[in-house]
Design a binder for this molecule. Structure first.
Ligand code: PEP
Ligand code: MN
Length: 251
């Protein structure tokens, strides 16, 4: 399977930030740039640029960098598809379903919308709690929604830790489960060391651990100035650290 590299900031914050991300992505092999418009938050805070940020996605797409965003509702998926694909017809677009979005009616509806255009891929993340059946169920629901397996990507972002957690992972990965789900579903699995690790040190540690499982790629948070990021500042790596992470994971 082809290696899939998805990188970029936790949230799209400003024109300047995404302009820098576009030029850094162009220097590297990045299949999709995170230009993420909606942020589900544990507690109220910056929730993303929302609809207003669409011009940043369009800017990436017009510059030959394929944009990616989480969508939480079919309305958001429809809005992003219409706006981005009409403004930059040559682009590819990645939509993703986040870990918290576990309403299967919504999962199916978003998959149905995504399936209407060949330029759109759909990534699904595992749910926050450990349960292999539920994770497989997400895949089954989106396939039921009509999305083709050829444009589906599965993302392992770890599970809420229970018990021993000596390195303080934000979400503990279960790489063996990820490999089993990959083998059963025949859908590529990328690893998200950012939401699993929760800190830059752990992002490096987990990229190193992931290497032996030879997964299909990575989704990683990268920011030109992580300290001043509006969300997930502790776990975002710089673009030069991104180059290390890719090597550590053997991609
Ligand atoms: C994200 O990738 O921006 C995110 C919120 O991750 P998760 O859904 O895995 O928590
Ligand atoms: Mn994040």
């Amino acid at each position: 399977m082809k290696t899939i590299i998805i990188a970029g900031p936790c949230s799209a914050e400003s024109n300047e930030q995404i302009d820098i991300a576009i030029s850094e992505a162009k220097k590297r092999k990045v299949d999709f740039l995170r230009v993420n418009l909606w942020k589900p938050r544990t507690k109220p805070g910056f929730e993303g640029l929302k609809e207003e940020g669409i011009k940043l996605m369009i800017n990436a797409a017009r510059n030959g960098v394929n944009p990616a965003t989480e969508v939480l509702t079919p309305g958001q998926a429809d809005f992003v598809m219409k706006r981005v694909l009409s403004a930059a017809p040559q682009t590819k677009l990645l939509l993703w379903l986040g870990a918290r979005n576990q309403n299967h009616f919504i999962q199916q509806e978003i998959a149905k919308l995504a399936s209407r255009d060949k330029r759109v891929s759909l990534l699904v993340k595992n749910q926050p709690w450990t349960n292999e059946e539920h994770w497989e169920g997400i895949i089954e629901h989106v396939v039921k929604g009509g999305i083709s397996k050829t444009v589906l990507i599965n993302c392992h972002r770890g599970f809420s830790p229970i018990g021993k957690n000596p390195y303080g992972f934000r979400n503990s990965p279960d790489f063996e489960m990820a490999v089993r789900v990959r083998n059963k579903t025949k859908i590529p699995v990328v690893f998200d060391p950012s939401h699993a690790g929760g800190s830059v040190e752990n992002v490096y540690r987990l990229a190193r651990q992931a290497k032996i499982y030879a997964l299909d790629g990575i989704m990683v948070e990268v920011h030109h100035d992580p300290k001043n990021a509006l969300t997930d500042s502790k776990q975002q790596v710089t673009w030069s650290q991104f180059d290390d992470i890719i090597k550590e994971m053997g991609l």
